[in-house]
Design a binder for this molecule. Structure first.
Ligand SMILES: [Zn+2]
Length: 259
C-alpha cells in the first residue's frame, strides 16, 4: 500500500501534478472543499461540491483514490450571510455529506461568532451523518482559536477519534491541549508551516502521538508541493523506524477515514 496525502485541494492540481504523485508512490488523497473566493450563492457552493465529485473520477482515472470532503471553510463564508441564506448553504452541505467521505475543511479563522455558529452547525451535521471531520486552524492566534475550536467540538459531543485538527505546530501549549485527548493531529509539510523536524519533535515528546499524526501537503491554490508527504517520509525514516514513519503517511489516515 502506498502513501496517503491527508489534506489537499486536488481540483487546483494539474494532471501532471497528480501523475507525479502516483509515480512517487502516493495512492490515495483526501481532497477538501475550499474556494479562493467565497461562493456568491448556494448554487455556487453546489457547483463546487459537484466539481469535487467530478475530481474523484478524474483522480481515479490516474490511479489515485480520492476521499472527498465537503463543507464551508471559514474563509468561504458567503458575504450575504443572513440566517435564511446560511440555512440554504448548510442545506447544501447536508445534502452532499451523504455522498462525501467526510466533512472538511471547516473550522475557525478569526473566531467570530458567525464562524463559530457555522462550525457548530456543520459539526452537528457530521455527527448525524457519522462522518469524520477535518478542522482547519489559522496562522494567526492559532492557540486561542484551537482552544475555542475544542470547546465547540465538546459542546457538539463529537468523539475525538472522528476529528482531525489540522495545520498544528509543535508549540508546547498545543501539545498540552491535545495530549490527553484522542484527536487525530494534522501537520502540513510546507515551508513556513511545519517540517519533518517539527514532527520528530512532537513524536519524541510522547510516543503515543505516532498513532495519531497524519501528514499532508495542503497542495492547491497557494505555494505548496504535491510530493511533500513523500519527501517528509524520506526524511523521517532517517530517525524513525520505517514501520513507525509509515503510520504517519498512510496507516493513521486509513484508520481515520475507514473508521
Ligand atoms: Zn487546506
Amino acid at each position: 500500500m502506498g502513501f496517503i496525502d491527508g489534506h489537499l485541494h486536488s481540483i487546483y492540481l494539474s494532471w501532471h501534478d497528480l501523475s507525479l504523485m502516483v509515480e512517487e508512490g502516493i495512492d490515495a488523497i483526501v481532497t477538501l472543499a475550499y474556494t479562493p473566493i467565497p461562493p456568491s450563492s448556494s448554487s455556487s457552493l453546489r457547483d463546487h461540491f459537484e466539481h469535487l465529485m467530478f475530481d474523484k473520477i478524474r483522480c481515479g482515472s490516474i490511479g489515485l483514490r480520492a476521499y472527498i470532503g465537503v463543507g464551508i471553510h471559514p474563509r468561504n463564508i458567503p458575504l450575504n450571510n443572513n440566517v435564511s441564506t446560511m440555512d440554504e448553504y448548510l442545506k447544501v452541505v447536508e445534502n452532499y455529506l451523504g455522498r462525501a467521505n467526510l466533512l472538511g475543511e471547516v473550522g475557525l479563522e478569526s473566531g467570530s461568532e458567525l464562524e463559530a455558529s457555522i462550525l457548530r452547525e456543520q459539526l452537528l451535521l457530521a455527527k448525524k451523518a457519522d462522518k469524520p471531520v477535518i478542522i482547519h486552524t489559522p496562522k494567526t492566534n492559532k492557540i486561542g482559536i484551537l482552544e475555542k475550536t475544542i470547546r465547540i467540538i465538546d459542546d457538539v459531543g463529537l468523539s475525538d477519534n472522528r476529528v482531525l485538527l489540522d495545520h498544528l505546530t509543535p508549540s508546547p501549549r498545543i501539545i498540552e491541549l491535545v495530549s490527553d485527548r484522542d484527536f487525530y493531529l494534522g501537520f502540513t509539510m510546507q515551508p513556513g508551516k511545519t517540517s519533518p523536524e517539527d514532527v520528530l519533535y512532537v513524536v519524541k515528546t510522547d510516543e503515543e502521538f505516532v498513532e495519531r499524526i497524519i501528514l499532508n501537503s495542503d497542495s492547491g491554490v497557494y505555494p505548496s508541493y504535491p510530493l511533500a508527504v513523500v519527501e517528509a517520509y524520506e526524511e523521517l525514516v532517517e530517525d524513525l523506524e520505517k514501520t513507525v514513519a509509515y503510520r504517519l503517511v498512510s496507516l493513521n489516515a486509513l484508520r481515520f477515514l475507514e473508521h
